[in-house]
Ligand binder design. Structure first.
Ligand code: TPP
Ligand code: MG
Length: 540
């Protein structure tokens, strides 16, 4: 029998959210959403508050990424919602099932000029899967369920609801939603068979696996498919660590050789976007395995593109019967390139330069980071280096901003990570420029006893912009920051701690102190502004 729930709008919303496994709220105070706080307060539902709404949405997104369940941000009407738009957009690009609940000026006097009276929907519609204003209290649980069903159905993504003031403050009664997970979408079996045949018959196949492999809980199936068909695997986004770095089919450095030498490239659970040369792999045939038909690339002619539940598709690839070409030589060839690149990286990570180069910071970090540490990248060049030198050992441990490339995720992602994994190391790698977007939220972390380690690559510039601008114009403007700024003192002033490091030899001990500190701790590393991340294209 369907259970009935009753209470004010906040209580109805929270009861529905609980059914979907939502376990906390991220917010910044505003009167329009008080009933949601009241519902949380009465039921001991954890509420984490922040100093900028973008942090609330990024924190909710980190929870979705790490725990593979919906995350919740509650934003007050008007500026609360508009401050959350970059977070929502990042979640949209990352297919993260974030629910934003917005306050809204009263409906009964709409048009009379209430405080913060604006219609949020035209703003959020392009960056959400579902956006709705709920006009009656009784309708709230249904609307929450509809929004979360949309958010959790692959291809996943954020959703938005707002509640006019009188709707959320009034009392009502409704059916309790069940919160059932969406049924898996089965791909066309012929398309799957075609993909399997292409891989099995390939001479030099490569798999590139991305975030949806993790969010679709298909990591084991990926490994089984790669092992059954003997295919080298590269990863990006949340796919990183899907195969442990020591696995014979796990590759990271030989990507260029692999993608230019392959005859079949299988891209699983990630778009054929700028991170993958827009799907242009020379003469190689492209197999694009996606979690929903909407994700098939329109700009690339693929040889096969199965769309559906990734675990089912990858399991079918693993179970493929029939001949398959032996790939031992191809794998060995790539392994030589991989090992050579690793040796070069190892040298750079050990280099004793003055000023310090970012590579050395990562060399030291690799010594202190545990296999299950959560690492978060927020910055330009400094984070490109993180992607290159850090090798996540487990899936679901690496958080980058994703293809929207929004600076400012740092403290929000850190908050979501610390709440998800109270006992693990959480380490945020920040450019000094990126730090400016969210550093005030260290105060939120300190106050709510959420210790994390921040490592700032402090080159005194917006490096990823300054170097390309100089290369293009011969000069640069609007690309300088205050050199050697004491970001560690900023953190200390807010109740955390930290230190500045200028010598490579001092890095190791500083990082150890940081992880032992028990409060938010910032290691401010003065790095070489002349150093820039080598890339083939100058624009990022
Ligand atoms: C919100 C936002 N604003 C601007 C940019 C453009 N942008 C990309 S990288 C970058 C420079 C980052 O500088 P910093 O964090 O100091 O890292 P560095 O490149 O110096 O290592 C900028 C401004 C962006 N990606 N996101
Ligand atoms: Mg910088």
């Amino acid at each position: 029998m369907t259970e009935r729930i009753e209470g004010h709008g906040g209580e109805l919303a929270l009861a529905a959210l609980r059914a979907y496994g939502v376990r906390e709220m991220f917010t910044l105070s505003g009167g329009h959403v008080f009933p949601l706080y009241d519902a949380a307060h009465r039921t001991d539902f954890p509420v984490y508050d922040v100093r900028h709404e973008q942090t609330a949405v990024f924190a909710a997104e980190a929870v979705t990424k790490l725990q593979r369940r919906p995350g919740l941000a509650v934003l007050t009407a008007g500026p609360g919602v508009t401050n959350g738009i970059s977070g929502l957009t990042s979640a949209f690009f990352n297919a993260s099932p974030v629910l934003v609940l917005g306050g809204r000026a009263p409906a009964f006097r709409w048009g009379s000029g209430s405080l913060q009276e604006m219609d949020h929907l035209p703003l959020v519609r392009p960056v959400t899967k579902h956006a709705e204003t709920v006009f009656s209290t009784e309708d709230i649980p249904r609307a929450v369920a509809a929004a979360l069903d949309a958010a959790l159905t692959p291809h996943r993504g954020p959703v938005f609801l707002d509640f006019p003031l009188e709707v959320v403050f009034s009392v009502g009664e409704a059916d309790q939603p069940t919160g059932a997970a969406p049924a898996p979408l089965e791909a066309d079996p012929d398309e799957v068979a075609r993909a399997a045949e292409l891989v099995a018959q390939a001479e030099r196949p490569v798999i590139v696996a991305g975030s949806d492999v993790w969010s679709g809980d298909a990591v084991d199936a990926l490994r089984a498919a790669a092992e059954a068909l003997g295919v080298p695997v590269f990863t990006n986004g949340m796919g990183r660590g899907a195969l442990p770095p020591e696995h014979p089919l796990a590759f990271a450095k030989a990507r260029r050789a692999a993608l230019s030498g392959a005859d079949v490239v299988v891209v699983v659970g990630t778009p054929l976007d700028f991170r993958l040369s827009f799907g242009d792999f020379g003469d190689a045939k492209v197999v694009h395995v996606v979690d929903a038909p909407s994700q098939r690339a329109g700009h690339v002619e693929t040889a096969a593109s199965p769309a559906g539940d990734l675990r089912l598709i990858l399991t079918a690839l693993a179970d493929h019967v029939g001949d398959r070409v032996d790939h031992t030589d191809w794998i060995a060839q790539l392994r030589v390139k991989e090992d050579a690149a690793k040796a070069r990286d190892a040298e750079e990570m050990a280099a004793e330069t003055d000023p310090i180069r970012p590579a050395r910071i990562y060399g030291e970090l690799r010594r202190v980071l545990a296999r299950d540490a959560i690492t978060i990248g927020d910055g330009g060049d400094f984070v490109s280096y993180a992607g290159r030198y850090l090798e996540p050992a487990q899936p679901g441990t690496w958080l980058d901003p994703g293809p929207y490339g929004c600076l400012g995720t740092g403290m929000g992602y850190a908050m979501g990570a610390r709440i998800t994994h109270p006992d693990r190391q959480v380490c945020v790698l920040m450019g000094d420029g990126a730090a400016g977007f969210s550093l005030m939220d260290v105060e939120s972390l300190v106050r709510q006893k959420l210790p994390v380690v921040m490592v700032v690559g402090n080159n005194g510039i917006w490096g990823l912009e300054k170097h390309p601008m100089r290369a293009m114009y011969g000069y640069d403007i609007a690309a300088d920051l205050q050199p050697e700024l004491r970001y560690d003192q900023v953190v200390a002033a807010m109740g955390g701690a930290g230190e500045t490091v200028t010598k490579a030899a001092d890095l190791g001990a500083a990082l150890e102190r940081a992880f032992d500190a028990g409060v938010p701790y910032l290691v401010n590393v003065i790095t070489d502004p002349a150093d820039s991340y080598p890339r083939s294209s100058t624009l990022a």
